[in-house]
Write a protein that binds this ligand. Sequence first.
Ligand code: C2E
Ligand code: MG
Ligand code: MG
Length: 750
Amino acid sequence: MEDYISVDKASKTHRKNAALGRDVDPSSLKTILVVEDNMINRTLLSKMLSGQYTVLEAGNGQDALEMLHEHGDEISAVLLDLVMPVMDGYAVLEVMQTNERYRNLPVVVTTGSSHHDSERRALSLGAWDFVTKPYDAEIILFRLKNVIERSQLTAFKQLKYLSEYDALTGLYNKTKFFDATRKLLDANCHESFVFLRFDVDRFQLINSFFGTAEGDKLLVYIARELAVDAKQYSKASYGRIESDIVALCVPYHPVQLEEMVRQSKKTLALFNVNYDIVPSIGIYVIDDPAISIEEMYNRATLAAKTCKGNYVDFYAYYNESMSIALNKEQEITNEMNFALEHGQFEIYLQPKYNIHTNLPCGAEALVRWMHPQKGMLSPGEFIPVFERNGFITKLDYYVWEQACKCLHNWVAQGIRPYPISVNVSRVNIYNPNLVEMLMELLGRYQLEPGLLNLELTESAYTDNPAAMKKTMAQLQSHGFIILMDDFGSGYSSLSLLKDIMIDILKIDMRFLSASEFAGRGENIIASVIRMAKWLNIPVVAEGAETVEQVDFLRSVGCDYVQGYYYARPMQISDYEQLCINFSLDMQMRIDQKYDSYCYDDLFSQNEEMKSLFPNHLQAAVICEYYADKIELVRVNEAYYALVGHGDVMTKSANILDMLDEAYQATLLRAFHLCVQTLEPGECEYMRRRTNGTPLWIGAKLRYISTVGNKHILIVELTDITMRKAIDTELQKYKEYMEFHLEGAGNHEDE
Ligand code: C2E
Ligand code: MG
Ligand code: MG
């Protein structure tokens, strides 16, 4: 009976709301889930609510959970009967309480008359409110409205918390921390403050070696220590910026600050003594409180970057020059697109030389920025910026295309050019279209892949071995030759050689020879070259500037050199002069004059000394002749047989030093004549073996080429000691006979 009164009231409410509902968009209504096994009651409740709410209905607890599962995110509140078959309301409450998704969903329970026990139990299980039967529509609507508002407030508070605090560490997040810091500085404008930015070196490694759980633990540890640091000050603000970066702003007391910074390194190390955790700390002493907190953070970041990866100097103070560098970077970024579109980037070619012939055998394309105001900029000034802002992929492509154009032009002129190698930036290792782009270029310019060699830097392998391996394999399968640039500069050289089939190694004299221990750098270079020889990988040594360095490289078996000693990077036209004409000219001369020699074999990098002059038992040497000096560049096995194996002369020593003055002159004369006339020449001279006995040599000289002031000659050597001895004997005999014949004649005449 009472139910009917309620129905009446409800329908009134319904009508009222229906009238109001003219301008209520039904899709904007909140949704209420009504859980009630009694169909009449359920219909009644639905009627009361419809108009203000969209109503979903469930006949028991289980159905209710299914609906929650399906529509949980749309439901604003649940009206839940407690006593039901299959699954009662208490069980529903229990499930909702343990499920994160529904914990904040308000539940109003419906109980028969006033059953305090059941109300108490329902409230203890997380029910928000209750209504008793018979239902009063207005009361139900009020109670629902209240709980929904309350839950929204809770959600709002949660959102607010989430928008201000970092969920993992409980520290202020970046926005809130910046806000708090601004307020702190504004409220204490007569005090001086310092801003610190703190992160962990190679934090990613901790995540990948020990798992993200361990990484998270470390972050919580750091947050706790940061709070401890902050408590040492009467005022402070601190927060987590992102990932492993936290920041702190406190009053500036230099001594206390240094102490805190040093202590923080020790504290961090204590987190786990089994691995070395080192912070990088950037410090900005706030000299201009008017700048934005973002800018203060940027300044501390700039400072931190200068000490990244540095175990000893793990903290650094910001200074203005760092900002200047940043501004410069910004300027480069602003100008780069325009520069590319307007042809301000130009490629230079630096020849690579065969160290045995001193002849060019290829080149590396190196980019230059011809800046209309600043003049020529070297890659060191802009490539790192382009690598950071991603522009490098565009520039790389531009350089590749220029190199292809160059090669195409030469081929079109009937020249067989040496290959050009281009740099492939580390960013491109991840470019899924890399192979396609390069193949497209080769196709467009009708080039063999062997002509466009690719230089990939070792550090890219260190960054991501798997990606590098994959990219290289793809490129090689299309016929590209890969040079490993800056080999030996990273930490993974050995594993790289083990894992990747490299075609050519490039080592850089500049950082391999830079050692405070005399000779150590050279030992490393020699070992790398030897190792490469074992693996049959040719080596190009980069950065050789002096004759001593080149001699050294030659002496340890290096085959190719790219360095200022031979040539600096030059404009394409200069390279053409040097190389293309030269090589044609050279080739013709060799073909005409020395076709008995297989010139390529003679100097081929794959041929060791022993296999030099494969068809000749004849001892032979390659010499450089300049400034009245004759230096051995390369000798063959037969040479050793000639002079004796114990009598190996240091290569590149002046061979004239071993000769008596008279023979020095003989040899020099012969060399001089050969170079003057370009015709083969001959001479005989004597040198002594190590045991002091004389060794007479017949030398046949052939001119090969001139590089700079050096003339290159091949000299075939024959042991003529025996002939000389016979000659001497014959001479003696002749003299004797002449003497006696003369005597006899005189006698006869007498
Ligand atoms: P890299 O690829 O190792 O190039 C060799 C660098 O060593 C060049 O510097 C070259 O001029 C220099 N060099 C060669 N011989 C000597 C020497 O005897 N003494 C000295 N002091 N230096 C020598 P550059 O042209 O300044 O290029 C520097 C780096 O910039 C290159 O190192 C390369 O990593 C990068 N780079 C240059 N051009 C490009 C490019 O087109 N794309 C990409 N991604 N990187 C490039
Ligand atoms: Mg390179
Ligand atoms: Mg290099």
